[in-house]
Design a protein around this ligand. Sequence first.
Ligand code: WT7
Length: 650
Amino acid sequence: MPSQDQTVYPVTETSKRSTRVNAERYSEMYRLSVEEPDAFWRQEAARLDWMTPFTQVEDTSWDKDDLHIRWFADGTLNASANCIDRHLPERANDTAIIWEGDDPAASSKITYGELHDHVCRLANGLKSLGVKKGDRVTIYMPMIPEAAYAMLACARIGAVHSVVFGGFSPEALAGRINDCASDIVITADEGMRGGRATPLKANVDRAMQHAPGVRQVIVVKRTGGKMKWDPARDVWYHDLIARQPATCPPEPMNAEDPLFILYTSGSTGQPKGVLHTTGGYLVWAAMTHEYVFDYKPGEIYWCTADVGWVTGHTYILYGPLANGATTLMFEGIPTWPGPDRFWQVVDKHQVNIFYTAPTAIRALMREGDGPVQGTSRASLRLLGSVGEPINPEAWTWYHRVVGDGRCPIVDTWWQTETGGVMISPLPGATDLKPGSATKPVFGIMPALVSNEGEPLPDTGAAEGNLIIQRSWPGQARTIYGDHQRFIDTYFATYPGAYFTGDGARRDEDGYWWITGRVDDVLNVSGHRLGTAEIESALVAHTDVAEAAVVGYPHDIKGQGIYCYVTLNAGIIPTEESAQMLRQWVRQEIGPIATPDLVQFAPGLPKTRSGKIMRRILRKIAENEFGNLGDTSTLADPSVVEDLIENRKNR
Ligand code: WT7
C-alpha cells in the first residue's frame, strides 16, 4: 500500500507548451462532462466514424430490477473500420504496428495498408469456416502481429473475440472456451518468451479433451516446433488465408453489439466473462488514449502489457489504432537477454510514450541504475503505470532514473470492467503526487462509502470503499451468460452505484489514492486472481481436505499468494507435499497462480457457524499476529496458536 509522499511534481513546462489539455481546460471539460453529459458525449463520440449516426446518447439504469447500460444505441459502426480503413486515405504507408520479437534481432513494421490486407484476409478466412456475426472466437496467442489481426478480423465480421492469456493452463483455457460456447480457437504452434518456447498448440490439444464443442483450430506457425495435428480439426493460418481476397467489407454493428468477452477473476466462483460492446467501448478507448497519453500523430507509443489482458485490448490495440497511432507490440520479457531490454527497445524504436506495470518497475529497480543508464532514452516524453498501486519508491525511481527526471508519470487506475482509464493525471493538466492516481477522467464521478454503506463527505480528506456514481461509455454491459451475477457483483452492494471492489482515500486536494482490493481478489504482479479459484484448484487435489488462500505483501509482486491447507486424514505434510501442491495449482490455473507459501494446518479458524475467519488468516500471513482483533467467536481458539507457531512469512 503506498504511503503518502508529500512531494508534488508540477506539470512540466514542456508538457504545458505541447498539450491540448492544460489545467484550466481540464476543469472546463470535466465540468461540461458531468453537467452537460449529453453535449459532451455527442462531441466525443464524433471522433469515430459511424455508419449510421446515433441520435440517442445515453440510456442507462443501475436499478437492480431493471439494470441496463446503453450508449449511442441507435448508431452503427465497425471497430475494425475505425481502427484501420478510415486512416487509409492519409496513413496507408504509416506504421500501425511495430513488432519487437523476443529475439532482439527480430522486429518488423506493419503499415496501416498492410494491416488492412492481413485483417481482411483472415476475416474472409474465418467466414470460409462458417464464422458468423455474434459467434464467439477464442484467441490463445503469443504476442505476435497475428494476435492483433485475429482480434480485428473478428471485429470486422462481427464475431465476438475472447482472448485467453497464453500463460493460462489447458484447464483454464477449456473453462473459458466452454463458458462462452466458442467453437473456433486461434493459436500458434509455440510462443517465445525469454528465449524459451511455450507449447501453445499442445495446450490447446489438451484443452480439447474438455472442450468438445470446438470445430476448428487455426494455427499460426511461429517457431516450427513439433506438435500433434488433427487434420479434421486443425488448419494452418497461412493455408487458410492463402487464397483469400485482401478486401472484406466491415459488418455494420449496432453500438450495443458485443465486441469482446474477457475473462477476469472475481471474489467468488470461477472467472467471469466481462462483456464489452462496440460503440461506447471504442469511444472510451480512443478518448482516454488520446487525453491520458496526450498522443500526437507520428509518436511511437509502447504499452508493455499482453493482449491477453484488458490493458492489451484497450491500450495496445483499440485505443491507439482508433487514433491512427503507431503502437509497439513486444513479444518478450523485461529481463531478457538482459535487464536493459526495455530501454534498448525504447532506443531502437525511438519510443516516446512508455506504459508498464509497477511490478516490472520494481523488478528492474532491483537491478540498479546501471542497465538503465547505459541507454539513451532521449526519445521518451511520458511514462505510464497501470495494474496496481505504485509505491512512491518505485514511482520516484521510474521518474528519476528511467525518465531522467524529465518525463511526467501517468498512474492510471481502471479495471477490466471499466474498459479504459478512469482516474489518472493528464500530463499537461495535473500536478503529480507519487503513488496517487490523482483525478477522475471526463465523465467519471468517483465517491467513497463506508463499509456500512454510508456515503462519506464528497469534499475534504476521506477514506473508504470506492464507488462510481454514474455510467460512462466504456463500462462493461454484462457478464456473459450471467446478467444476474453482473448485477449482484457490481450494483447490489451500494444501490444506485457501481462498486469497484477497491478501497481508496481522497486527500485534502481532491487527489485519489487507491489502497487496493477490499474483496477476496488478489493482485499478483498486476494479475488479478480470485482466492476462491485458487482454493478450488487446491481442494481438487485428492490429498486436500480444505484450503484457504489470502494475499500478503510481496516486495516485487505487490501481493504474494499464501495458502493454508488441511490435508486429508492419514496424509503426512512434508516439504515435498507443499512443493507438489504449488506445482498442482500452477498446472490447474497457470504459472501466475503459483502459490508463494503453503502452510499445512490441522484446522482453519472458523466461527461456530463454520465460516472461515479470513481476517485472522490475513493477519498471520502478513506476520502481524500481535493484534488479531476479536477472536471470541472462534469455534476452537487453539487452531490459531498452531497457525501462528507454524507461520511461513517471517
Ligand atoms: C484492479 C483491476 C487496469 C488494467 C489492468 C488491471 C488494480 C489497476 C491500478 C492503479 C492502483 C490499480 C485495482 C483494480 N489497479 N490499476 N493505477 N493503482 N490499483 O485490470 O485485472 O481488471 O484489475 O487492479 O485493484 O481493481 P484488472
